[in-house]
Design a protein around this ligand. Structure first.
Ligand code: RM4
Ligand code: MN
Ligand code: MN
Length: 433
């Protein structure tokens, strides 16, 4: 049994006033679903097996280039970040793993961190390398790129940084490396576009050569930022070409905020599934760019349509289909713990609704070119209020019926403000500041 940071008696008290209503709502929904051959119990079991990883950089307050408004009790080091992740997991029960960012989270003693995390009921997901900023004085600078830099010595240093991530990850029990680079050009003519991409693939191959045989490597593309004219791994097509060139263990990771406005992301997902190169996701939401807003807060229907593709692939038995799910958000005006809980539930909600789609009926509509009927088949699933299923799955897994209410009642943030008075770190440390 994992050590619980929120007193279970407090969670039970929060649940007590909600239990009867949940039982009523669940029974009503189960009856409704049964009328169309649905099985609420089976859905609860399906929801219970859903998991999405927490980004270590998501538990601190984020910021924009205009400023950051830290809140009291922010985690000051890796262990405190893990504590906050454990609180999310205790109440939500859909976030059993944490994704680390190196060197922001470089552990002094990985074996010990692994043990302490396990005690909190947590394990480690994909490792993220950071060659988009300079870390150590005296190091070669990434100002003009890392894996794609014109200088081979800088490329070597960036490859070594990724290899270090793998080595730390092995000691933590991780099985994947996610590579996102900020490389690109700010001005036309700055980069030789084809040569920069060639150097990217060459560096990636060197990293892949150091990948343990049971590991995966994910390439994360991004339209722009920090380079604002051209980005080396700009879109899913570039990412696919690079992943294919690197080999079997390498696939593409889709961050929902890394596309041009209005791009049909579910279509990209379908293509990557079809090509056997969908590695995983960074879930978040956006209105304009890489806004890193909470998953499902702006375009919940899009999130559902993405899961419709994912569940479809699972149902149709796409071989070896097991994408990695991670939240990648920046919480600027909310309590990060609350945002992470709400986001995990949003992603889980999209997953649950995707399982409600009547696929036989949808296929029939498609065969008959019944466009309206097909949309209706999707909308029926999307519009179903699955909250009782989610809450039932959560409480049966040991979480809270209403995680945000239970968290607010627990006083965790106020306790942290006392226990974690001043930020320990004074230098910049990525999103966590
Ligand atoms: C990037 C990208 C990466 C994340 C960094 C912090 O925009 O989304 O996944 O590691 O931000
Ligand atoms: Mn990302
Ligand atoms: Mn991003």
């Amino acid at each position: 049994m994992a050590r619980t940071l929120i007193d279970p008696a407090q969670v039970a008290a929060s649940d007590a006033s909600r239990r009867a209503a949940l039982d009523d709502d669940f029974a009503a929904l189960a009856a409704r679903l049964a009328r169309n051959g649905g099985d609420a119990e089976r859905l609860v079991a399906t929801i219970q097996r859903f998991a999405v990883a927490i980004p270590s950089w998501g538990v601190g307050t984020g910021g924009t280039r205009f400023g950051r408004f830290p809140q009291p009790g922010e985690p000051r080091d890796l262990m405190e970040k893990l504590e906050d992740c454990a609180v999310v997991q205790q109440l939500v029960r859909a976030t059993p793993t944490v994704s680390l960012h190196i060197p922001w989270d470089r552990p002094a003693d990985p074996a010990r961190v692994r043990r302490d995390a396990a005690e909190l009921g947590l394990a480690f997901d994909a490792m993220n390398s950071n060659t988009f900023e300079d870390h150590t004085p005296g190091q070669r600078s990434y100002k003009f790129g890392s894996l794609t830099h014109v200088d081979a010595a800088v490329r070597e240093q960036a490859v070594a940084a990724n290899v270090e991530c793998i080595e730390i990850g092995q000691r933590l029990g991780s099985k994947a490396l996610t590579v996102w680079i900020g490389d690109g050009g700010n001005f036309p003519g700055q980069l030789h576009l084809r040569r920069a991409f060639d150097r990217y693939v060459e560096s990636l191959r060197k990293i892949a050569a150091r990948l343990p045989s049971d590991w995966s490597m994910y390439l994360e593309h991004k339209l722009c930022e920090p380079a604002f004219y051209s980005t080396v791994n700009q879109d899913w097509g570039s990412s696919y070409v690079a992943a294919t060139a690197v080999g079997k263990q390498c696939s593409c990771l889709v961050d929902l905020g890394h596309h041009a406005p209005n791009v049909n992301i579910e279509l990209i997902v379908a293509r990557l599934i079809q090509l056997g190169k969908l590695g995983g996701f960074h879930f978040n939401d956006s209105k304009y760019g890489d806004d890193d807003l909470d998953a499902g807060s702006i375009k919940p229907f899009q999130l559902f349509l993405i899961f419709h593709e994912l569940v479809g692939a699972e149902v149709e038995g796409s071989a070896g289909f097991a994408p990695a799910y991670l939240l990648d958000q920046s919480h600027n005006v909310t309590d990060p713990i609350e945002s992470l809980m709400a986001s995990a539930i949003e992603v889980q909600r999209a997953w649950a609704k995707a399982w409600l789609v009547d696929r036989a009926r949808l296929a029939e509509c498609q065969e008959k070119n019944d466009a309206l009927g097909a949309l209706q088949a999707l909308k029926e699933a999307y519009e179903c209020d699955v909250r009782p299923l989610l809450a039932m799955a959560r409480t049966r897994s040991g979480g809270a019926i209403d995680p945000i209410a239970a968290y607010r009642a627990s006083g965790w943030r106020a306790q942290c403000a006392e226990r974690r008075p001043v930020p320990r770190r004074t230098t910049a440390g990525g999103i966590v500041g």
